[in-house]
Ligand binder design. Sequence first.
Ligand SMILES: C[S@@+](CC[C@H](N)C(=O)[O-])C[C@H]1O[C@@H](n2cnc3c(N)ncnc32)[C@H](O)[C@@H]1O
Length: 236
Amino acid sequence: MLRLFPQGEALDIGSGEGRNTPLLARYGYHVHTVDYSSEGLHKLERYARSKDLNNIKYSIEDARTIQLEPNFYDAIIAVPLLDHMNEEEGRKVASSLLKAVKSSGFIFIEVFTRQDPGAKAPAQSERTETVSETASFVKHYFEEDELVSWFSELKILLYEEIMKYDDSHGEPHYHGVARLIGVKPRNIYYKLKRYEEALTDYTRAIELDPEEAWFYNDRANAYIALEKYEDDTNQL
Ligand SMILES: C[S@@+](CC[C@H](N)C(=O)[O-])C[C@H]1O[C@@H](n2cnc3c(N)ncnc32)[C@H](O)[C@@H]1O
């Protein structure tokens, strides 16, 4: 998957000790790795330095409040994160990830679903046997097709809801997991008639690649849609 996309800026959010940050860094991305737990990030930093992976920026921050630069990342990974908060918070974080990914960049998300044994777990005080460990940290188990509906503005490359085998700890067991990989289509905001956001998108694209004539053409169309003819001619 990573081989198919151009290297550039990556965000690993809710990275923990980081399965994915070192992988992205090895593929040549500049990785911004974010987690609100300093413990996990410090462990990750020690590991990355021991492997000479120096193209990583570490931020101890909360995904619900972090200000992400719009249209900046070529790749965004959040596995799993959106289920670690309530639905309203998760939707806000999803929308900030959609803004932060560049046109033609991709997002990879994993969350636990209602099929996970943890979703049916009784309250802590009523438990008589060991239940899925997810019950202690998942706040929102996703319904069928819910994750894909949150990211419907992406071009979906992969969407699946599976029972994932886990033998990494304790007795082997299964987890209910939804997994999505999607690409932000070029001109998405223009197509959705969200012209101000389209303008920001094209202006950022021009800063990154001033030689690409199509970006000027696209931006001109957004100015026209907003009836800002003066701004358009001033920037030609
Ligand atoms: C299940 S772990 C996944 C770690 C890593 N992505 C992986 O695949 O191995 C979830 C991580 O999300 C972090 N996390 C949960 N809620 C968060 C939030 N609101 N802001 C930042 N990090 C958060 C937790 O600290 C934890 O490290």
